[in-house]
Write a protein of this length. Structure first.
Length: 245
């Protein structure tokens, strides 16, 4: 690498500038006065100020375990490591929305409206929050952010980036790029529900004329199955419908 323009990422450009032996910062890197680093003399530079330092080895000593746990708890609370209220409220609202959709799905299946809600755990129904970040790819025509797959859980509520469309759904033999609507979730219906309970067709839906299409299995068994096979659209779901446990 001979010059900053050979690589698109700023950190590499800065490294290149540093390696070149410059003595003055290029103008484009100079911050306005209000955004420049504060002088040390203006900070509260008490020699006793520091982040919490905790010896976790105390967890292995019965005489120190309780005090070590307390120190960890205090550090998390005093240094704002547990700012969970917003996420908790967000999760509660998503779970509530999930309950509405489960009721609709149950009714459309001809089941009691609380059937799927109870299958998910009833009042103990839970949710998992995950945030995905896809960095810039130098050759997006050669790869995908994620291989084609179906979600292995129950319901997925996706809050997409409205400025950067990337989600595609398969319809027939082609793929449709999803155009996100402002302030709206995209809902994916997943393949399974819980990790430790046996999952199978609803008994109310199985008759001699309409037998079960797939064997009962736990979500953990199904998850192990798809992780072994790898993400490949919904083919792993089709295979599990026809394969014995």
């Amino acid at each position: 690498m001979n010059c900053p323009r050979d690589w698109p990422e700023p950190i590499v450009r800065v490294q290149s500038l540093s390696d070149s032996g410059i003595h003055m910062i290029p103008e484009r890197y100079v911050k306005p006065p209000e955004a420049r680093p504060a002088l040390v003399s203006s900070l509260h530079d008490n020699d006793n100020d520091n982040i919490p330092l905790i010896d976790l080895g105390g967890l292995l000593d019965d005489t120190l375990r309780e005090s070590t746990l307390r120190h960890v708890s205090d550090a998390c609370r005093e240094w704002d490591s547990f700012k969970w209220e917003v996420i908790a409220e967000y999760s509660a609202q998503v779970v509530r929305l999930g309950g509405v959709l489960l009721k609709i799905l149950s009714i459309n299946l001809g089941l009691q409206e609380d059937f799927l809600q109870n299958t998910f755990g009833g009042d103990n129904i839970g949710a998992c929050l995950r945030v995905n970040f896809y960095p810039k790819c130098p050759q997006p025509d050669l790869t995908l952010g994620l291989s084609p797959h179906s979600d292995p859980g129950g319901l997925t509520f996706l809050l997409p980036d409205q400025q950067v469309p990337g989600l595609q759904v398969r319809r027939g033999n082609g793929w449709i790029t999803v155009k996100p609507a402002p302030h709206a979730f995209i809902v994916n219906i997943g393949d399974q529900i819980q990790s430790d309970l046996l999952i199978g067709p609803a008994k109310e839906l199985v008759t001699p004329d309409r037998p079960a299409l797939y064997p009962a299995m736990t979500f953990d068994e199904y998850r192990l199955y798809i992780r072994t096979k790898g993400p490949k659209g919904k083919s792993q779901l089709g295979e599990s419908l026809t394969s014995p446990k």
